[in-house]
Design a protein around this ligand. Structure first.
Ligand code: COA
Length: 154
């Protein structure tokens, strides 16, 4: 597996991941562009080997390190893996890599939002040490509630 930061050339691959994994709730292309270009924002992609044109982007993670009153905090905006490549530890690997980068950038904690119905993702985050810190009512739409989950960086 090849892991690298996304560039603008990767927009079609990122859009494919977004479409397959999030359907109508996907991030629009202009948001993906902003995320690739913004300071403090990171997008990591994992590709099949060998590198080259035939290489497929199997998964992605988008995250930011933000300055707050409490210092720097990391926030995971999205993690996605194409269905064909699931259950092989790819999301765990992407999360661990993102945490390392956020920690090195000075984040003292990590947070994310996840739909309360998304058992697979909640189980992934719990297995990595995230705990539910609050419920966000109607976060993804009417009756589409979310958990806010957090983890200390150390
Ligand atoms: C959630 C998602 C990213 C998991 O990707 P993945 O590469 O298959 O996950 P991994 O193989 O790294 O699994 C790691 C852990 O997550 C949990 N997990 C993953 N898929 C699961 C499932 N279908 N059911 C229950 N637990 C699951 C398990 O705890 C697993 O650990 P284990 O293999 O030791 O049991 C993937 O299903 C996905 O892209 N879903 C659609 C997009 C999405 O919902 N993203 C999260 C938005 S907040």
């Amino acid at each position: 597996m090849i892991l690298r930061f996304a560039g603008l050339d990767d927009l079609p691959a990122m859009d494919r991941l977004e479409k397959e994994c999030f359907e109508y709730r996907r991030f629009p292309i202009p948001f993906l562009v902003d995320f690739i270009l913004a300071d403090g924002a990171y997008t990591l992609l994992s590709f099949t080997e060998p590198p080259g044109h035939a290489s497929t982007a199997m998964g992605a993670i988008m995250f930011v390190v933000q300055n707050t009153e409490k210092g720097k905090v990391g926030r995971v905006a999205s993690v996605s893996v194409l269905e064909k490549y699931r259950n092989q530890g790819l999301a765990r690997r992407l999360m661990e890599e993102a945490e390392t980068i956020m920690r090195e950038a000075g984040a003292s904690s990590f947070s994310l939002e996840v739909a309360v119905k998304n058992r697979a993702a909640i189980s992934l985050y719990e297995s990595l040490g995230y705990v539910v810190a609050g419920k966000l009512e109607h976060y993804y739409g009417l009756n589409e509630h979310a958990h806010r989950m957090e983890k200390k960086a150390d």
